[in-house]
Design a binder for this molecule. Structure first.
Ligand code: ATP
Ligand code: MG
Length: 174
């Protein structure tokens, strides 16, 4: 498989639905093209997401979530410890050069909660090997990251059923 010549940094942010699923769509497309993909998920809720169940079937791509349980019910200190591990894992994945695509899902949520600094994210971006595509997702992407990224998409919540009391649905939201 011919390697892509130059990988870019992409950001999917905003309040509307579609950030994680856009990253997963990209993972599906790239995997189909014979590329190697790893997804590292930062702050996440308690649901078992369909993407984990999918990745366990035939291992089309790697998906790593080091925090267990509901991130939103954990103390800052607990979250900090698993987030540091996730971040170290992400650094190793990026530096290894062994992946065509690295997706850091909800990394901006970790930044918003001050579990990771903006500088740490900027450093990761600068360490990206030339050929690797790096995808960063989550609400509230910092302006410094937006400035440095090559592609930025903001999902706008024009309507979301959650505001009408519809809870997260299996296979749709998780
Ligand atoms: P998805 O994983 O469906 O692509 P997302 O990654 O864009 O969504 P997150 O910001 O990670 O969304 O939000 C986590 C959960 O909240 C998802 O289940 C998502 O569907 C839901 N959600 C997204 N946008 C809104 C919104 N405007 N109001 C309430 N819930 C939302
Ligand atoms: Mg998401």
């Amino acid at each position: 498989m011919k390697k892509q010549s130059r990988g870019l940094v992409q950001v999917y942010t905003g309040d509307g639905k579609g950030k994680t699923t856009a990253a997963l769509g990209l993972a599906l497309r790239a995997t189909g093209q014979g590329m190697s993909v790893i997804i590292i998920q930062f702050v996440k809720g308690d649901f078992t997401c369909g993407e984990h169940l999918f990745a366990a079937q035939g291992h089309p791509f790697e998906i790593v979530q080091l925090n267990t349980g509901d991130s939103f019910a954990q103390s800052w200190e607990e979250l900090r410890s698993t987030t540091e591990q996730s971040f170290a894992f992400a650094e190793r994945a990026i530096r290894s050069g062994g992946y065509d695509i690295v997706i850091l899902d909800e990394i901006f949520v970790a930044v918003s909660k001050e579990l990771i600094s903006i500088e740490q994210v900027l450093n990761l971006m600068s360490e990206k090997p030339e050929n690797m595509e790096l995808i960063l997702t989550g609400r509230g992407a910092p302006s410094e990251v937006i400035e440095r990224a090559d592609l930025v998409t903001e999902m706008v919540a024009v309507k979301h059923p959650f505001t009408k009391g519809v809870e997260a649905r299996r296979g749709i939201e998780y």
